[in-house]
Design a protein around this ligand. Structure first.
Ligand code: NYM
Ligand code: MG
Length: 210
């Protein structure tokens, strides 16, 4: 099957333990099965040098000043932009587990960090065609296995993060009720992704927050 035009940039966002990774993997596997060229990526990309610093920070093995870690998360996206653009222009759809919205929603939940300041370093990144925001009741999130193992995984902080995500909603956002069974959530997500692929194929890739 040949796919003219570019691939879609699809981002999955949400608080910790909302089921993003499960859904991203399901989307990736099923799109490959359906013959749609697709790649899975995630941020932070913990495999690069910058990503290793971030990984240590999240596991509380190191401390990094709040502004500096914010910029490192952003740098970790920028270092992947050439690869993302190449894939998209080759017609590959990207399913990405977290992106700049996480960058802003998490950092701006810290004291003295404004949404506006946090957005600056991500301005100009490739703009997602679709952002699926997985909205999970905090009560359900804290019940999930491994909750609380990494930095930021506490309820007060996550409630601030959730409010920040909702402040970042734009025309590409779709809020998905993640409190439902995996298969129901998946159906909802899949339909939006298939629509985004159709609609963005012949549209130029845009820049985020410009
Ligand atoms: N996170 C993720 C940030 O604070 N800023 C960012 O730019 C990104 C991409 O890292 N708690 C936070 C959100 C998560 C944590 O993500 C790691 P994951 O999806 O649990 O590996
Ligand atoms: Mg996590």
């Amino acid at each position: 099957m040949s796919y003219p035009g570019r691939g879609a940039l699809v981002v999955l966002e949400g608080c910790d333990k909302a089921g993003k990774t499960t859904q991203a993997k399901l989307l990736y596997e099923n799109m490959i099965k359906a013959g749609i060229p697709t790649n899975y990526m995630c941020f932070p990309d913990r495999t690069t040098k910058i990503g290793k610093l971030i990984d240590d920070y999240l596991k509380c093995n190191n401390d990094i000043e709040d502004h500096a870690i914010h910029l490192l998360f952003s740098a970790n996206r920028w270092e992947n932009v050439p690869k993302m653009k190449e894939l998209l222009h080759r017609g590959t759809t990207l399913v990405i587990d977290r992106y700049a919205y996480s960058g802003v929603a998490f950092s701006s939940a810290k004291k003295n960090f404004s949404l506006d300041w946090c957005k600056q370093c991500d301005i100009g990144l490739p703009k997602p065609d679709l952002v699926l925001f997985f909205d999970l009741n905090m009560h359900n999130a804290v019940q999930r296995p491994t909750y609380g193992q990494e930095r930021y995984e506490n309820q007060t902080f996550q409630e601030k993060v959730r409010r920040n995500f909702l402040l970042l909603q734009d025309e590409s956002f779709k809020v998905i009720d993640a409190n439902r069974p995996i298969e129901v959530v998946y159906e909802d997500a899949k339909n939006s992704v298939l629509r985004a692929i159709q609609e963005s194929r012949f549209k130029p890739l845009q820049e985020l927050w410009v």
